[in-house]
Design a binder for this molecule. Structure first.
Ligand SMILES: CC(C)(COP(=O)(O)OP(=O)(O)OC[C@H]1O[C@@H](n2cnc3c(N)ncnc32)[C@H](O)[C@@H]1OP(=O)(O)O)[C@@H](O)C(=O)NCCC(=O)NCCS
Length: 188
């Protein structure tokens, strides 16, 4: 059975191991390299995994961590309506079973609960064809492509920029549900 949940600081060790595997296994799918990654060590991973609802990582467990996707709200006030998805990775033995699709769905559903978040952005390189198809199936559209965006071992890849507008209908429902929860009479 597979469980999708948000990672906590207690998952930092497993997360770091999988993140390093990702950067080694698919160097042309990620802008980061092992030497300049934001998760340079276990302390950095622990710090990032306590970022709260606005900056979090979802993991797929089966039963160990087999896949991840990260979500960060844009830190600038005028861009805070944007969320950025990053770090989608599924270990090879767990691929083609819908793990990435489930991770993406969890991250999108979570983003829809965040106040004022209206758009989700992500990047996929021309080396990440499976991911690109997955994102398009989930409603992301390519709005631009940077030629030769990454160079690794003498090879370059383009980077596609994608965006998905979050369903506005789900927001009032979420807010209404939250309002009902916080305003319910104590004995109801
Ligand atoms: C891209 C990646 C995350 C996809 O992970 P995944 O868990 O295999 O993805 P899914 O299983 O949800 O979908 C992948 C494919 O398997 C198919 N699939 C899903 N469940 C299936 C099943 N039960 N039987 C057969 N095929 C299945 C999907 O239709 C999809 O098909 P497609 O490739 O023809 O479009 C993974 O390949 C990966 O980590 N790649 C390297 C890193 C990378 O590219 N990351 C993306 C950065 S933007």
């Amino acid at each position: 059975m597979m469980i999708i949940r948000r990672l906590t600081a207690a998952d930092a060790g497993e997360f770091l191991k999988l993140r390093r595997e990702a950067l080694q296994d698919a160097p042309l799918a990620f802008g980061s390299s092992p030497d300049d990654d934001r998760f340079i060590d276990i302390d950095a991973a622990r710090r990032d995994l306590v970022g709260g609802a606005e900056s979090c990582v979802f993991g797929a467990f089966s039963p160990v961590l087999v896949g991840t996707i990260g979500l960060d709200r844009d830190p600038k006030i005028k861009s805070a309506h944007k969320g950025h998805l990053w770090g989608m990775y599924v270990t090879p033995a767990s691929r083609r079973q819908g793990v990435a699709a489930a991770l993406l769905q969890a991250a999108v559903q979570h983003a829809q609960t965040l106040p004022g978040m209206t758009h989700l952005h992500l990047c996929a390189t021309s080396a990440a064809g499976t991911a690109l198809q997955l994102y398009k199936r989930a409603g992301f559209v390519v709005w631009g492509t940077e030629p030769d965006a990454l160079m690794h071992d003498g090879r370059t890849v383009d980077e596609h920029y994608l965006v998905k507008r979050l369903d506005p209908l789900s927001r009032p429902l979420q807010e209404a549900a939250e309002y009902r929860r916080t305003n319910a009479p104590a004995d109801s």
